[in-house]
Design a protein around this ligand. Structure first.
Ligand SMILES: C[S@@+](CC[C@H](N)C(=O)[O-])C[C@H]1O[C@@H](n2cnc3c(N)ncnc32)[C@H](O)[C@@H]1O
Length: 254
């Protein structure tokens, strides 16, 4: 804890100058109540993390997705329709989800990530920034626990970017809420490696609330100029995940 400013005169309340961790009391309270997104990078995003640790951590994350039902939630949405699809996974890490999709549903996959580290050489991964770089063409784009890595403006730009290269986006992410944060700390973090335990809590605190994510999609869709055929936004019980599923219609000439 840190106090800033000149010493208080005797009897004078100094709450406004109280700066725990270098922040004002108001900022600290916002952070405690999760009113504001945490502005802190995750450990796995650091250049300093070696390749072996990255691979091990992403494998553990993949097992966690299976256990929490995130993988099943994505497979269920891709199953409907029956036709073969080209699936683009944005922020795919090692491309492990695409391997599961291919094995279970037979869909062809392509990954896209800031860093390429394929777990399986038969899953192609394009390296780039999904906010600013052109994305490969696909029928469906996925984005799984990647959105909270972006700020509001970047996420909006990414959704507009996706609308130019895919007809559908299924975005799954965490929800910034006390309940999943408490459940994660009590029941999940103790079972994980230290790096994923710390990053998991940071991720929930960096995530968008339901209202924030809904507003970002509304702005992006308006900006994309592409009509939307169907949009659903579903928040799971106990706020463990939220999924926005957008199906765009035909492009309008501009
Ligand atoms: C928490 S990991 C999630 C990995 C995987 N989707 C999963 O669920 O296991 C987030 C991933 O998003 C990637 N990422 C973050 N920002 C990105 C961006 N602007 N463009 C592309 N990939 C990005 C990171 O490199 C990382 O691999």
């Amino acid at each position: 804890m840190e106090f800033s400013g000149s010493p208080a005169r005797q009897g004078e309340a100094r709450l406004s100058g109280f700066r725990p961790g270098g922040r004002s009391l108001g900022e600290a309270l916002d952070s405690l109540l999760l009113r504001e997104r945490l502005d802190k990078p995750e450990l796995l995003d650091s250049e300093a993390v070696d390749g072996e640790t990255l691979k091990r951590s992403y494998r553990e994350l993949q097992r966690l997705h299976l256990w929490l039902g995130n993988t099943a939630a994505i497979l269920d949405r891709l199953r409907a329709g029956g036709q073969r699809l080209k699936v683009l996974d944005i922020g795919c890490a090692q491309g492990a989800l695409l391997a599961v999709i291919r094995e279970r549903l037979g869909h062809e996959g392509i990954g896209f990530d800031l860093r390429s580290m394929p777990v399986d050489a038969s899953i192609p991964i394009v390296e780039g920034n999904a906010v600013t770089d052109a994305l490969p063409r696909a029928d469906v784009a996925l984005s799984v626990v990647m959105a909270h890595h972006l700020d509001r403006r970047e996420l909006k730009a990414m959704i507009v970017n996706v609308s130019r290269s895919a007809d559908r986006l299924i975005l799954l992410d965490l929800v910034r809420h006390r309940v999943p944060l408490t459940l994660f700390r009590l029941f999940v973090a103790p079972l994980l490696s230290r790096i994923n335990a710390l990053d998991g809590a940071t991720s929930i605190r960096r995530a968008f609330t339901r209202v924030e994510l809904g507003a970002i999609f509304a702005e992006a869709i308006k900006e994309s100029g592409r009509p939307v055929e169907r949009l659903t936004h579903h928040v799971a019980t106990l706020w463990t995940r939220q999924i926005v599923d957008v199906q765009w219609g035909k492009r309008t000439e501009r």
